[in-house]
Write a protein that binds this ligand. Structure first.
Ligand SMILES: Cc1cc2nc3c(=O)[nH]c(=O)nc-3n(C[C@H](O)[C@H](O)[C@H](O)COP(=O)(O)OP(=O)(O)OC[C@H]3O[C@@H](n4cnc5c(N)ncnc54)[C@H](O)[C@@H]3O)c2cc1C
Length: 467
């Protein structure tokens, strides 16, 4: 319970102006980008500016047994920031400094509230890049991205967030501050703690500093858009490009429904008659290599009956990327509830998964568009529904269950990049089994025995473990 005495201590820790108590302010923190999950207004929102302030808040919450819900930009898609028990929302928006860019060691150290694009703006003058690019780089924070182990548009060639986190500072549930890892490429001292916190969704500790690996920014790139009359041709092209030993930086797919919706929404000149479209970008440090890879892509697309359009200028490239980035907003504009899944399959099963998603949409008579990171096998079947139509929502829930079952049946996983949060918690047992769930509970109990950190997320209570 957050009473007046808790508010007073919070105000003493961070300053009165950084504690939000008015309902009109708190309501903004009652939801995130996730549809079809409960909303709850927090009792208070607090915005610390330093690790010491975070420790003070955690110590207070621990002594008063109040839940803390960490929050970056609130763009996650699994209900990760919803303050299910009210309590304290701890927003990292004031801890937003890039602390260091170390060009010699190819690292950067940031506070968790740094927006991903701001990190890239800071490293770009050094000719460097932080590659992970969830579609929300202009908004999402580094803390949120690390806590979700976000993936995104460059996963195939460059990997995902976990491949870049080298170290961090964390405030534990008991208020202690600890550091793991650092700037060395090699570090096998003790357990691999930094990896444990990557993807922990705010349930094990609060990250207050993060050190990431940087790479030299690729100097050359070629961007292409290929359209196909069948899903199979698109799927075979994905396989064919990899088989030609080309690893594109980006290999994204949009299905027919998504193409039509994006075109109606953004008017970017997409061919609305096509069954599927691939956005392909190859990049690298040597122009000749990039050109050779682009040629291999052109040949593979032609061999699979595709039609290719190449971006001949930055403006044209931006237009092709705008089409991809508009996929979710465009689909979301179709109805009041948009449920975006991220079931992921081995790349070799991508065609099966695409066809299965379309069939599930037809079976349950739902509007379903699929787009996503084809090169990673990470698809986003997206279902549009009317939350006021109980029958349609029931069909949506059955369709989601079938999508998960299909992905697992194809050797895949429930979530490739959006995390479990509230949205997928009840399905977790179907992938991890009872032993896996118990291991997660044991880790949670060891680090947060009183369950004050983001309770009700990721780690299911015993009775909630199975769908
Ligand atoms: C249009 C759209 C497109 C998207 N596309 C992609 C995509 O392609 N790939 C992808 O991977 N994701 C995608 N996302 C999801 C989202 O952008 C990512 O999950 C993002 O990285 C979350 O960052 P955030 O700052 O918004 O975190 P939040 O949503 O605020 O928080 C996410 C989680 O992190 C926890 N948290 C936040 N900060 C800390 C901290 N300092 N310490 C501990 N825990 C913390 C929160 O409690 C929560 O559990 C998309 C979202 C939208 C809306």
């Amino acid at each position: 319970m957050v009473d007046a005495s808790v508010i007073e201590v919070l105000q003493n820790i961070v300053g009165r102006e950084h504690v939000l108590t008015r309902k009109v302010d708190r309501v903004t923190y009652s939801f995130d980008a996730t549809a079809d999950v409960p909303r709850k207004i927090p009792e208070v929102v607090v915005m610390p500016a330093s690790t010491a302030e975070v420790q003070g808040i955690v110590n207070l919450a621990q002594s008063r047994q109040v839940a803390i819900y960490p929050r970056g930009a609130g763009t996650n898609l699994s209900g990760g920031t919803i303050p299910l028990a009210g309590g304290i929302v701890l927003s990292f928006q004031r801890m937003n400094r890039v602390l260091e860019v170390d060009a010699e060691n190819l690292t950067a150290t940031v506070q968790p509230g740094v927006v991903i694009q701001e990190l890239n703006n800071a490293v770009a003058p050094h000719g460097l890049l932080y590659p992970p690019d969830p579609g929300t780089v202009e908004t999402a924070t580094m803390g949120g991205a690390v806590a979700e182990n976000s993936g995104g548009l460059r996963g195939l060639k460059y990997g995902v967030t976990k491949h870049y986190v080298m170290g961090m500072e964390v405030v534990l549930a008991n208020g202690e501050k600890v550091r793991f890892g650092g700037k060395t490429v090699k570090n096998v001292t003790g357990y691999e703690f930094a990896s444990l916190f990557v993807g922990s969704e705010g349930t094990l500790g609060l990250m207050t500093e993060i050190t990431v690996k940087l790479i030299p920014a690729p100097k050359f790139r070629r961007t292409m858009l290929a359209t196909f009359q069948t899903i199979e041709d698109a799927g075979n092209t994905v396989a064919g490009i990899i088989k030609a030993q080309v690893i594109p930086a980006t290999l994204e797919i949009l299905d027919r429904k998504t193409i039509e919706t994006v075109e109606a929404y953004a008017h970017v000149g997409l061919p609305t008659g096509a069954e599927a479209l691939l956005l392909i970008e190859v990049d690298g440090m040597a122009e000749a290599v990039v050109e050779r890879e682009a040629e291999a892509v052109v040949e593979t697309v032609a061999a699979n009956h595709g039609t290719l359009r190449q971006a001949n200028s930055d403006a044209e490239r931006d237009q092709l990327w705008a089409a991809r980035r508009a996929a979710l907003p465009a689909l979301a504009s179709l109805n009041n509830t948009v449920v975006l899944e991220d079931a992921t399959v081995p790349r070799s099963r991508i065609t099966d998964m695409l066809l299965a998603c379309a069939a599930i949409g037809r079976k349950y008579n739902l509007v379903l568009g699929t787009f996503g990171h084809a090169g990673d096998g990470n698809l986003h079947p997206t279902i549009l529904a009317d939350k006021n139509n109980a029958d349609e929502m029931a069909r949506l829930h059955r369709a989601v269950e079938e999508i998960f079952a299909t992905a697992l049946g194809l050797g895949g996983t429930l979530s490739g990049e959006h995390g479990i949060g509230i949205a997928k918690m009840r399905f977790l047992g179907s992938e991890l089994g009872e032993s896996g769930l118990n291991l997660m509970r044991a880790i949670k109990d060891a680090l947060d025995p009183n369950r004050i950190l983001n309770p009700g997320k990721l780690v299911p209570a015993r009775e909630a473990a199975h769908a």
